[in-house]
Design a binder for this molecule. Sequence first.
Ligand code: SF4
Length: 92
Amino acid sequence: MTSQELDAFEEPAEIEEKPGPDGLRVILDRALCIGAAECVAAAPMVFRLDAQRRATLLDPARADPRAIWRAARSCPADAIMLENQDGEPLYP
Ligand code: SF4
């Protein structure tokens, strides 16, 4: 099998990225999400589950940064990543 044929089997990346408070950038990899909903419990202004029970980003910019950090740390799939405004990783 060629590498092009293998690529056809891979799930497309489903990255959502939005600015959060204080220069924080919130990145959600929906392909990793297993629908555990810890993020929704920690930061309901920022995350919700869609009809497929996968997380999607709402409005991180007006959220409490502590809630965003709690959500990222509570995700069992490490689907939530945080960066600073220069694109440097802060979490995980
Ligand atoms: S906590 Fe992680 S796995 Fe659970 S819904 Fe949120 S992003 Fe998905």
